[in-house]
Design a protein around this ligand. Sequence first.
Ligand SMILES: Cc1cc2nc3c(=O)[nH]c(=O)nc-3n(C[C@H](O)[C@H](O)[C@H](O)COP(=O)(O)OP(=O)(O)OC[C@H]3O[C@@H](n4cnc5c(N)ncnc54)[C@H](O)[C@@H]3O)c2cc1C
Ligand SMILES: NC(=O)C1=CN([C@@H]2O[C@H](COP(=O)(O)OP(=O)(O)OC[C@H]3O[C@@H](n4cnc5c(N)ncnc54)[C@H](OP(=O)(O)O)[C@@H]3O)[C@@H](O)[C@H]2O)C=CC1
Ligand code: HEM
Ligand SMILES: [Cu+2]
Ligand SMILES: [Fe+3]
Length: 488
Amino acid sequence: MPGEMNKPLISRRLVDSDGSLAEAASGAPKVGILGTGDFARSLATHLVRSGFSVVVGSRNPKRTVGLFPSAAQVVFQAEAVDSSEVIFVAVFREHYSSLCGLSSQLAGKILVDVSNPTEQEHLQHRESNAEYLAALFPTCTVVKAFNVISAWTLQAGPRDGNRQVPICSDQPEAKRVVSELAHAMGFMPVDMGSLAAAREVEARPLHLFPSWKVPVILALGLFIFFYAYNFTRDVLQPYVQEGKSKFYKLPLSVVNTSLPCVAYVLLSLVYLPGILAAALQLWRGTKYRRFPDWLDHWLQHRKQIGLLSFFCAALHALYSVCLPVRVSYRYDLVNLAIKQVLTNKSHLWVEENVWRMEIYLSLGVLALGTCPLLAVTSLPSIANSLNWREFSFVQSTLGFVALVLSTLHTLTYGWTRAFEESHYKFYLPPTFTLTLLVPCVVILAKALFLLPCLSRRLSKIRRGWEKDSAVKFTLPMDHALGQKTSHL
Ligand SMILES: Cc1cc2nc3c(=O)[nH]c(=O)nc-3n(C[C@H](O)[C@H](O)[C@H](O)COP(=O)(O)OP(=O)(O)OC[C@H]3O[C@@H](n4cnc5c(N)ncnc54)[C@H](O)[C@@H]3O)c2cc1C
Ligand SMILES: NC(=O)C1=CN([C@@H]2O[C@H](COP(=O)(O)OP(=O)(O)OC[C@H]3O[C@@H](n4cnc5c(N)ncnc54)[C@H](OP(=O)(O)O)[C@@H]3O)[C@@H](O)[C@H]2O)C=CC1
Ligand code: HEM
Ligand SMILES: [Cu+2]
Ligand SMILES: [Fe+3]
């Protein structure tokens, strides 16, 4: 076997040093594919487009030859494996054993395992599909690659988000060849190490937004809480105590007094961990100790929490502009007018209320208008075009401005209601009062950290100063001074 490994696996370099395709002259490197399914077809198309000559091995070439680009040869499996050094195994794991008849012809070749197990298979099998393939073909070199690329992406060609191709193999030379192939096809190979990493590479496509699970559960939990709270206050209490049916409020009005609360609390939960992290760094006098796991995890989920907050706030704004469109709103308006006339009251105009509403709506619009700036800089292509300071300015400073504007919006909306008994229903305070707690803690803490004594210490710590690295001198008794520390 070692002799086999001495000769270059593919006689020509596939790409030049700048990653461009080495001229695909007539001697274009030949790549083999076993299988003629969706993945094989897209792969063959893309390989041909990238300048490779492709030979596809099928159990029934006649039936499938029409599905492939004319430049690709579709032949029986045995013939296909004979003429290529690198062979993509584009069949499912359960059909690997059917290829054992080709073992002698496959000896010394590179087999690229592109397979993805289903969730159930992944749990059922101890070893990865790639390791299983390597066990079936010990005289071959198996490389795990391209499994995270869907047949569609292969067909359409790599775009920004999904250009990365995790690659692992026990044989560095084989890994290099497949990495060059990936490069030549316009993908970004990511070396994941030995074949033992194949299990993790195969688990990737099984993830379903892993970093969104906790934030979504948090947002749903908050919505359920606020919806139940508002239902109790706005629908149940009038029904139980005044016999009034306000169930029509359930689909829109109760939603529109719950969603903003979720948006607002989530927004404050984006900036609370930064506060806790800063407080911890101040308390410890160093930044060189890990945060507790829960805080670490929370810091890593700020993006998702922030985007969910923006989503809820945008819905809230949409719902709010729908309020005056509702029939119930118009009935109330007309009934109010009739009541005014019947009671011979002059025109209704409470200056304070007018101002209050103008201001809180305007603040809401400003608060919401700031969020898209943060959301846009969340996009990797935009974030990559900003330097760290710009990113931090938008995310940290503008984000905080959005939080302050939302607080002012909520306070002017709530106005004096928190102090008026009539707004307490079933002894429950108005909903907006519940939402103010966390944001006010964040805003006060941020203001506190702006105090020179704290901000200077915090920036020293963040530049690497440590309290405990101070060398402690105990001065001789005749010096009246207490223990002094000086810092290295
Ligand atoms: C719509 C929306 C989208 C969002 N998108 C993203 C996103 O794409 N990515 C993302 O990360 N967050 C995102 N967020 C969350 C949030 O905006 C950021 O995490 C933001 O950086 C948090 O700012 P902060 O001031 O709380 O904390 P930080 O910015 O973490 O820290 C506060 C300040 O302390 C300093 N600092 C903090 N830690 C250290 C340290 N260890 N060493 C030295 N200096 C330090 C920084 O200079 C910073 O100015 C988003 C939020 C929203 C609402
Ligand atoms: N579809 C996708 O988007 C992606 C697929 N993959 C992986 O690519 C592999 C192929 O997927 P896909 O193309 O969708 O599957 P298909 O079922 O479309 O194709 C599989 C191919 O395997 C061959 N085959 C089928 N049955 C047998 C059998 N009993 N014995 C031997 N060979 C058989 C057939 O080729 P023939 O009859 O010509 O011999 C068939 O075309 C899988 O491992 C999948 O996990 C990875 C990433 C994305
Ligand atoms: C275009 C933007 C916005 C508009 C037009 C708007 C409008 C409104 C309206 C009309 C109300 C009263 C709801 C009702 O009584 O049914 C309200 C309440 C509220 N809004 Fe907004 N808002 C906007 C943005 C925001 C943002 C960005 C936040 C926070 C992230 C927010 C948080 C709140 C809160 C917490 C309440 C109080 C809900 C309650 O206690 O019942 N709003 N807003
Ligand atoms: Cu498995
Ligand atoms: Fe997580």
